[in-house]
Write a protein that binds this ligand. Structure first.
Ligand SMILES: Cc1ncc(COP(=O)(O)O)c(C=O)c1O
Length: 443
């Protein structure tokens, strides 16, 4: 190891004599390119340095008059960390709970092999919120679908009596469940898969929102199928909202074939779509559901799998675990993330602000029908899709929006998703819409 000194806080945080507050956006980019994994391509010329309030980020941009300096600007956060910050940045109730927990209660970290007193709160809050019998805490979002996959297989062998090692899990084309080997094996995105094989076997995909395709594979291979694992609304695919009767029909088919319905609510959960969980919009109840992102209140990574007693009941000591899943601090944060969701009626706020944004999108589409192909929204999970033409470029839209003080990000070449914090104010929705309007007008 070369000599290493680390001192200071905030802008004064200094590593080997390099003070963070002295770095320009270009310096940050160069350090990340040199020392990081190069698995992201963030927007150029902008570095977030702090938050001002629940939906406002303070960003550093290059100083046009001095290459060695930067200026600071406020931008409205139209993405809220892919729905991890539904409760708004630094939500006061969650923040107070964290500070109290660390400075007064003082129990940051113990493992699951010894009980801690906050696990009870976490389990009571999450089972009550989800209406499920049992909850298993995890950490990253991807661990929720990963664990649902494992539970479904074990349920398939021990309860459904599928012959050993022959269980199938059915997924939906265009899905996104994260980056683990299982999630990537479920994916049909060549960028996510290329060079990472061999993949987890026992997976088949059907088109999303196509009940006939699901019925056909259930009819053909139902005896070996343990679960249909899918997002209720596909987020990363560009906010793909299924037909109203899709999920009720899926639930009925699953029951008929004794196949588990496992829903990945990592992005759609915690109020995002105008209900606490998106499946509630369709009047169905999954056997297993995975949550993440906003389960950590925008403060910590927290995820969990919730489900039926007899399904999660297939887990036994030693068959599953996680050092940080439900550790004391995460348990407190998740309990408060639930409290804020319920007390501050975030789902209802998402529904109201989502309708406001959708109305703007519809006006945009009727003004620019040659540019906007489709607009989609459930609550504050929204997107507009442009026609497939080179100049209608989602990345360019993101860059232009940033110049107008809005952070949003394309999901595909021609689709831009807007999913701000559920605490966003009406005027901020209008500002986002106005910036989109100006940007699309100039394309
Ligand atoms: C539906 C869904 N599942 C799982 C994940 C993975 O979550 P994480 O990136 O926290 O592992 C995501 C992330 O976008 C997601 O949208």
């Amino acid at each position: 190891m070369t000599e290493l000194t680390i001192t200071g806080y905030g802008d004064d945080l200094t590593v080997n004599g390099i003070r963070i507050g002295d770095l320009t956006p270009d310096d940050h980019k160069n350090i990340e390119k040199k020392l990081g994994g190069r698995n992201y391509a963030p927007l150029d010329d902008v570095v977030v340095s702090a938050v001002k309030d629940s939906s406002t980020l303070i960003c550093r941009k290059p100083d046009p008059d001095n290459v060695k300096a930067y200026i600071e600007e406020e931008i409205i956060d139209g993405l809220c960390c892919y729905s991890a910050v539904n409760q708004g940045q630094l939500n006061q109730k969650i923040l107070d709970a964290v500070v109290h927990h660390l400075t007064v209660d003082k129990l940051p970290t113990v493992p699951r092999s010894i009980r801690h007193k906050y696990m009870a709160a976490f389990l009571m809050a999450t089972t009550s919120l989800t209406g499920m019998d049992r909850v298993v805490p995890k950490v990253a979002g991807v661990e929720a679908p990963e664990l649902m996959f494992k539970i479904a297989r074990r349920w398939g062998y021990t309860v459904k009596n599928i012959p050993q090692n022959e269980a199938l899990i059915i997924g939906a084309k265009g899905n996104f469940h994260g980056r683990s080997m299982t999630a990537v094996s479920l994916s049909d995105d060549p960028d996510a898969k290329s060079g990472f094989g061999p993949f987890v076997p026992g997976i088949e995909l059907v088109p999303f929102n196509d009940i006939e395709a699901l019925a056909a594979i259930f009819a053909e291979k139902g005896d070996r199928i343990a679960a249909f694992l899918a997002e209720p609304i596909q987020g990363e695919a560009g906010v793909i909202v299924p037909k109203d009767d899709y999920w009720p029909q899926v639930a009925k088919l699953c029951k008929e074939h004794n196949i588990l319905l496992a829903m990945d609510e990592v992005q759609t959960g915690f109020g995002r779509t105008g209900a606490n969980f998106a499946h509630q919009l369709y009047g169905v109840k999954p056997d297993l559901m995975g949550c993440g992102k906003a389960a950590g209140g925008g403060i910590l990574p927290v995820s969990f799998v919730a489900g039926r007693d007899d399904v999660i009941g297939v887990l036994t000591p030693g068959s599953e675990g996680s050092t940080f899943g439900g550790y004391p601090l995460a348990s407190v944060v998740a309990t408060y993330a639930v409290k804020v969701l319920v007390e501050d009626k975030l789902a209802e706020r998402a529904r109201i602000r989502g309708e406001q944004l959708l109305q703007h999108f519809e006006e945009l589409q009727s003004e620019f029908p040659d540019k906007i192909r489709e607009v989609r929204a459930k609550g504050l999970l929204t997107a507009f899709e442009m026609h497939d033409e080179p100049q209608l470029d989602g990345h360019k839209v993101s860059v232009e929006l940033l110049k107008r003080g809005i952070y949003a990000k394309e999901t595909h070449h021609s689709t831009v998703r807007i999913a701000p914090a559920l605490t966003i104010e009406a005027w901020q929705i209008d500002d986002i819409a106005e910036a989109i309007h100006q940007t699309v007008k100039e394309l």
